[in-house]
Every structure is written in structure tokens, then in C-alpha cells.
Design a protein around this ligand. Structure first.
Ligand SMILES: Cc1cc2nc3c(=O)[nH]c(=O)nc-3n(C[C@H](O)[C@H](O)[C@H](O)COP(=O)(O)OP(=O)(O)OC[C@H]3O[C@@H](n4cnc5c(N)ncnc54)[C@H](O)[C@@H]3O)c2cc1C
Length: 164
């Protein structure tokens, strides 16, 4: 038997950082219609029939109530040219200018020049420790930039498909 240590939150972070992901910006609107978004890599495809995805959102996010109240969210998958946007949407209190968005059919703010986008209706919200799992039924979806490569995140660093 291999002698593995019991996990701590630091070890969990270190281990999880080995799981390479794409990067999305997940958005919604507040009660005044103002866009709110954050960088998210917990985005996962769940089901084809019905078409479902999930995102896990930190319960302490400043915009958390907006996600709960609006019950709709947008997902923009970032391209390798959008690292600056990922950094901006991961930074507390950063200025996120409204002109970076285009409005989807469901009224969700979506990022211009994203690889692909979708709008979802939140059909379930599950408690998941210090996060909440938002299960979304995908209502609209489109590929914006078919020829571009994705932005990747691995071991705490942004990467491209070729490594860097
Ligand atoms: C690659 C990457 C992937 C990410 N994926 C996810 C994801 O899947 N889900 C997710 O929820 N976030 C994720 N984040 C973090 C998220 O992007 C940022 O926390 C968020 O964008 C910060 O912006 P904000 O203005 O909403 O900050 P705020 O909502 O103001 O706060 C940001 C963070 O500060 C902390 N915080 C706020 N209030 C308190 C408080 N009272 N006490 C203690 N701590 C507090 C929380 O951790 C909170 O998430 C990711 C970040 C990166 C870089």
C-alpha cells in the first residue's frame, strides 16, 4: 500500500492544479440590469437530453445574490487571446467596462470575441460546501471564433495549447 497523507486544503489545491481546464467568464445581471461576471473554471457539461451544464460559485462572491435572483447565467469560453479578460474577471473590485459585452437573446451579457458562448436558465441550485452548484439548462449557444485556440489553466498558470 502506498503511504498517502490525509488531505489538507493546501494539498487539495496543489493536486487540483494538475487538472488542466479551459477558462470561462460566467455572467448574470443584477436587479438593475447591470452586468456582473467572474472567471470560472468549474464549468462542466452535464447532460445532452436535456442540455445541461453546471458551474460552482463561491457563496461569498459579491454578485452571488444576482445569480440566485436572476436564475439565468451566461457562459463565455475564452480564447488564448483573452488572458487579460480572465485576469480582470478574477480580480476583486476590478473595473469591468460594459462595452466588452454583447447581449444574448435571454438578456445575458456575453463576451465579444469569446470562442463560444451560451445562455442558461438555472434549473437547480445545490449546496456544495462553501460553493453553490448552479445547474443550468442551456437555452441559446453559439460558436463565435471557430479558428481560435482556447485559453488553458494548469498548475496556477495560463497556458496555450502548445504549452508556454
Ligand atoms: C482560473 C480561475 C478559475 C476560477 N474559477 C472559479 C470558479 O469556478 N468559481 C468561483 O466561484 N470562483 C472562481 N474563481 C475566482 C473568481 O474568479 C474570483 O473570486 C472573482 O472573480 C472575484 O471577483 P469579484 O469582484 O466578484 O470579487 P468578490 O466577490 O468581491 O470577492 C472575491 C473573493 O473574495 C473572497 N471573499 C469575499 N467576501 C469575503 C468574506 N466576507 N470573507 C472571506 N472571503 C471573502 C471570496 O473567496 C470571493 O470569492 C476563479 C479564478 C481563477 C483565476
Amino acid at each position: 500500500m502506498i503511504d498517502l497523507d490525509m488531505v489538507t486544503s493546501d494539498k487539495f489545491r496543489e493536486v487540483m492544479s494538475n487538472f488542466a481546464t479551459g477558462i470561462t467568464v460566467v455572467t448574470t445581471v443584477d436587479k438593475h440590469g447591470k452586468p456582473y461576471g467572474l472567471t470560472v473554471n468549474s464549468f462542466t457539461s452535464v447532460s445532452l437530453d436535456p442540455v445541461l451544464v453546471l458551474v460552482c460559485l463561491d457563496n461569498r462572491l459579491s454578485g452571488f445574490v444576482s445569480f440566485k435572483n436572476c436564475k439565468k447565467f451566461g457562459v463565455s469560453m475564452l480564447s488564448e487571446h483573452q488572458e487579460d479578460l480572465s485576469r480582470m474577471f478574477a480580480k476583486k473590485d476590478s473595473e469591468r467596462p460594459p462595452n466588452i459585452y454583447v447581449e444574448g437573446k435571454l438578456g445575458m451579457p456575453l463576451l465579444r470575441n469569446a470562442l463560444a458562448v451560451m445562455e442558461c436558465e438555472a434549473v437547480e441550485m445545490y449546496a456544495g460546501g462553501d460553493h453553490t452548484i448552479f445547474l443550468g439548462e442551456v437555452k441559446t449557444a453559439e460558436v463565435f471564433e471557430a479558428g481560435m485556440n482556447p485559453l488553458l489553466y494548469f498548475r496556477g498558470k495560463y497556458r496555450g495549447l502548445k504549452g508556454n
